[in-house]
Design a binder for this molecule. Structure first.
Ligand code: 4AD
Ligand code: MG
Length: 465
């Protein structure tokens, strides 16, 4: 049977059992008295397993002494309690088979020394062999699973909303267009460029910037739904918090208002933080040791405190009084820039905050107009070091108001007629939010750049692979 290194460390294997391990070499040390220690990882957990290879093994001289970092091997041996103090278990090797050599160890891009993030982004196909990306991969997986699990337990339905769409629901400045191209007969223009058909079988179409609107249609029948998938934004922003392809969890709930959704957003984040602290002990410890000395403080504080809620109006008052030299001047009605967000969460509050009731002019058309006719029932969750990680609102459920908002925002009423239908036929108050998955990961792990939190980052700078 194939056993993972995690199975061993979780005590699922008996002492003196003969087992086989498949993995890659993290390090090799040879002792003078004629045996070698090999550290093996297989991704299943942070820990490696140490294997002791005696020189009596037939391929000791011909192969074992030539093994380098990154070689893949299968080893069979007896599980014993370690004589050393560094680990509980080790394997006394009976047989070792080399599955793959490193063709030139001097050229292997992943060495034992610490690599910079920038360097690792240049080798996205190999960077998961480092401890750092291994840690991030396991934590990312655990949080993804726990988000689904929370919603499953609360009886939300997962709706896979479309990736190809004709709508620009967030009023994004630019989107990725979907074109069709017959690869068997590529049409070439006079100047040699390819003549793409900029449509999807005759219809103009784009990669989605949000699954919200289609999720709303399901909320208006299934009551509690969510969508969780890749989101595409043709962002030119070369920042540490923007990706052109990222993941978003979007929850949509019928018979629900702004306050309900604020409470839910706080609950779900607390839920995943609790489980990450509980279940990813070794991985979090690595982050504490190498990335962020404040990780335990930050997460425990998040769990034990209630997030501050504050109206947009009061935020502007705070910013005005701050006497900071912002490069964008502060005025009532302005959109918050990252410098303002930073001042608020990093310096003024020094904690996460929820800002609500923004002016309608700076928010999307679908947000519910408040009684003042000026602000909308919107909310954003801002956290230190990152800024906005989550945004949501109560949706406009009144057909007349929605239609006049569509006109005000110069949106094509025909394109949105199906969306207005939801208000025409048995409309209900409903609300929802979108949580940026990589930004949540950034907050939890303390890793600053979202490019290091997604396996293959797509953004202005990085190569595609
Ligand atoms: O604030 P946004 O644009 O909201 C929506 O798309 C709504 N439809 C959500 C909803 O109510 N269902 O995006 C939501 C979140 C942001 O708070 C941010 O965390 C993340 O998505 N986000 C990005 N993350 C990485 N790279 C980008 N370019 C991002 N743009 C937004
Ligand atoms: Mg937003």
């Amino acid at each position: 049977i194939m056993i993972s290194i995690n199975d061993i460390h979780n005590n699922h294997v008996l002492i003196n059992d003969v087992i086989s391990i498949f993995g890659w070499i993290r390090s090799r040390r040879d002792s003078k008295s004629g045996f070698s220690f090999i550290d093996v990882y297989d991704g299943s957990c942070f820990k490696t397993i140490q294997a002791i290879v005696k020189k009596s093994i037939p391929n000791y001289k011909t192969e074992v002494l030539k093994l380098t970092i990154g070689c893949s091997i299968c080893l069979t041996g007896i599980l014993i309690l370690s004589l050393g103090k560094k680990q509980k278990y080790e394997i006394q090797v009976l047989k070792i088979k080399v599955l793959g050599w490193i063709d030139n160890p001097h050229h292997y891009p992943i060495s034992a020394k610490k690599h910079t993030y920038e360097y690792l982004r240049e080798v996205p196909h190999l960077r998961s062999r480092t401890n750092f990306i291994g840690v991030i991969t396991r934590i990312r997986n655990h949080i993804f699973y726990k988000l689904h699990h929370f919603l499953y337990k609360k009886k939300y339905f997962w709706i896979p909303t479309p990736i190809i769409t004709s709508l620009n629901s967030e009023g994004a400045g630019s989107m990725f267009r979907v074109s069709t191209l017959n690869l068997n007969n590529i049409p070439v223009n006079h100047d040699g460029t390819i003549n793409f058909k900029k449509d999807f079988f005759g219809k103009e179409s784009f990669l989605t910037v949000s699954g919200q609107l289609t999720a709303e249609s399901y909320a208006c029948s299934m009551t509690k739904v969510y969508t969780f998938g890749p989101i595409f934004r043709a962002e030119h922003s070369n920042t540490t918090r923007h990706l052109a392809e990222f993941w978003m969890l979007e929850i949509e709930k019928a018979f629900s208002d702004l306050e309900n959704i604020i409470i839910l957003s706080e609950k779900i984040i607390k839920y995943v933080i609790k489980f990450v602290l509980n279940d990813c002990e070794d991985d979090i410890k690595f982050l504490y040791n190498h990335i962020d000395k404040n990780i335990f403080n930050r997460l425990q504080k998040f769990l034990s405190s209630k997030i501050i809620h504050i109206n947009y109006i009061d935020i502007i008052k705070i910013l005005k009084k701050s006497h900071q030299n912002f490069s964008h001047t502060v005025y009532m009605g302005m959109d918050l820039m990252s410098e303002h967000e930073k001042y608020l969460v990093d310096h003024y509050f020094k904690s996460p905050i929820i800002i609500k009731n923004y002016p309608k002019e700076i928010k999307a058309f679908y947000m519910r107009l408040n009684n003042d006719n000026k602000t909308v029932a919107a909310m954003d969750l801002l956290v230190p070091d990152i800024g906005e990680i989550l945004g949501g609102s109560q949706r406009e459920e009144r057909q007349m108001v929605l239609e006049s908002r569509l006109s005000e925002c110069n949106l094509n009423k025909k394109k949105y007629s199906w969306y207005v239908d939801l208000r025409r036929y048995g409309s209900v108050p409903h609300s929802g939010f979108g949580l940026g998955f990589e930004r949540l990961l950034s907050y939890i792990t303390g890793v600053k750049n979202v490019r290091d939190l997604i396996p293959f980052p797509r953004c202005v700078k990085n190569a595609l692979c």
